[in-house]
Design a protein around this ligand. Structure first.
Ligand code: GAR
Length: 204
């Protein structure tokens, strides 16, 4: 029950993205008036990423990581996230590996989306169009999306949600991308919400 003795604490999300940010936009839209979850920060490793225009338009603070070596040490970004009291990190097309000390600090609190049905078509170099090209070349008749917790290895953390979509064998990778992106926009925000609310209950 919500009362003055038991106020709802707001949980803060940081979205990490390297590209145009259509998933970031879907997440921002979904949580715009949410009673306990707020998108607090956008982080990108690309100074011209479309996601930074979204942050600007939405008046959400943004942070551009300039130095990969320093990012990999994890100290600076960790301090930055503390400044914004970030509770969960949401990767939405972020192409750098997350430093281990950040994974340790945010254990169970970093989610990633992958545009295929892991464990197939994951791992280093498997992102965006590369994934859809591989799925098409293999003649798959289904693809889909996977949401998983982040571990030190690319695309290997615990899977928390998957959704499939039918495709034609050797379908144009651009069509596969469109179909998968539709699923991502529809299911990433709701899965984030469900996961966080459940995780808050079980982690005390
Ligand atoms: C999304 O399809 C996401 O699944 C993918 O990048 C795209 C970002 O699109 N992520 C990966 O490939 C990670 N391995 P967006 O910038 O429009 O949200």
């Amino acid at each position: 029950m919500i009362s003055e003795d038991n106020p709802v604490t707001t949980l803060h999300l940081a979205i990490f993205a390297s590209g145009r940010g259509s998933n970031a936009q879907a997440i921002i839209d979904y949580f715009r008036n949410h009673k306990s979850i707020q998108v607090r920060l956008i982080v990108s490793n690309k100074s011209h990423a479309g996601v930074l225009d979204i942050a600007h338009r939405e008046a959400i603070p943004s942070y551009v990581i300039k130095d990969r070596a320093s990012f990999e040490q994890g100290k600076k970004i960790s301090k930055y996230l503390s400044g914004y009291k970030i509770d969960y990190i949401i990767l939405a097309g972020f192409l750098w590996r997350i430093p281990e000390n950040l994974i340790d600090r945010y254990k169970q609190n970093i989610l990633n989306i992958h545009p295929a049905l892991l464990p197939k078509y994951g791992g280093k170099g498997m992102y965006g169009q590369h994934v859809h090209q591989a799925v098409s070349a293999a003649g798959e008749v289904q693809s889909g999306m996977t949401i998983h917790l982040v571990s030190p290895q690319y695309d290997e953390g615990k899977i928390i949600f998957q959704k499939t979509v039918n495709i034609n064998a050797h379908e144009d990778p651009k069509i596969i991308a469109q179909k998968v992106l539709g699923l991502e926009h529809r299911y990433y925000p709701t899965t984030i919400e469900k996961y966080i609310l459940q995780h808050q209950k079980t982690s005390g």
